[in-house]
Unconditional design. Structure first.
Length: 276
């Protein structure tokens, strides 16, 4: 509040404040209390000349891990050119069980997968199973779906579909590759043998991935009609017709389809399906 002089004029200091408020007077300093000094506790003096406590932390298992990874890499590199002995396979599998992250350090590249599948399918399956769910699995899916069709590749894919949730795109691409491979073979004996294996593989696949087969229903039915002279193809066609009619594509319908067309067709499929 401005103090008033007896004659009605403003006090000496008030005129400057009023003039400053109107922009016509000199600026006045902003008066505020000086901050106090915070007291220092005796326990805080040690931070003035702090000495970091640096000690050597040694991982005693580091060398062992490197040796295990090197041993696994050597065995897998050997498996690319020749089958491993059962003891060697067990050694690699034991290391994979002990260290789940070892699969990312064994040095298997996607383009090397077909050689590993052909020579040591058990080891290829175990490595792929541990890669499922990681971001690095996609290149392996592409190579596996497009590799040359063989009994070992069908065995690996069949075991993977029963043990893991594989992408539908991969399963359907692999089935299409199987059909194209059978149709492209010129040798009738090899073609008949491969068709039998593919039919048994598809029946096994229907137990775990029936929706994926249903998405390729017409393509698989055309494959069965094309090779209807083969008993396993005729059996598969009956199972597909039951699935199309709503009867399901599980093992029960497969068995009924085999018995409905005669025991010979079912026996041939079972005989060809032993490795799968």
């Amino acid at each position: 509040m401005l103090s008033q002089a007896p004659d009605g004029a403003a006090a000496p200091g008030a005129g400057g404040a009023a003039g400053d408020a109107r922009g016509g007077g000199p600026p006045l300093p902003w008066v505020r209390p000086r901050p106090g000094i915070m007291g220092v506790a005796a326990s805080e003096f040690r931070w003035l000349q702090a000495q970091p406590e640096v000690g050597l932390v040694w991982d005693s298992t580091l060398a062992d891990d490197a040796e295990q990874a090197k041993a696994a890499r050597d065995l897998i590199a050997r498996a690319l050119s020749a089958p491993l002995l059962p003891a060697q396979q067990h050694a690699v599998l034991a290391q994979l069980e002990a260290d789940p992250k070892l699969v990312h350090r064994v040095g298997l590249r996607p383009e090397q997968l077909p050689a590993l599948v052909e020579h040591t399918p058990v080891l290829a399956y175990e490595l792929l199973l541990r890669l499922v769910g990681s971001q690095s699995i996609q290149p392996y899916y592409q190579v596996l779906a497009r590799m040359e069709l063989s009994l070992h590749s069908m065995e690996v894919v069949n075991r993977l579909t029963s043990a893991a949730d594989l992408p539908a795109e991969f399963v359907q691409l692999y089935v299409t590759n199987c059909i194209n491979a059978c149709e492209g073979i010129k040798d009738k004996y090899l073609q008949n043998r491969l068709v039998r294996l593919v039919c048994v593989f598809l029946q096994s696949l229907m137990r775990h991935r029936a929706p994926d087969i249903a998405a390729l229903l017409h393509e698989v039915q055309a494959f069965c009609i094309n090779f209807s002279r083969i008993r396993e193809a005729a059996t598969l066609f009956r199972v597909l017709k039951q699935m199309e009619a709503g009867g399901g594509g599980g093992p029960g319908s497969s068995a009924s389809g085999s018995s409905g067309g005669g025991g010979g067709g079912g026996g041939g499929a079972d005989g060809a399906g032993g490795p799968l």
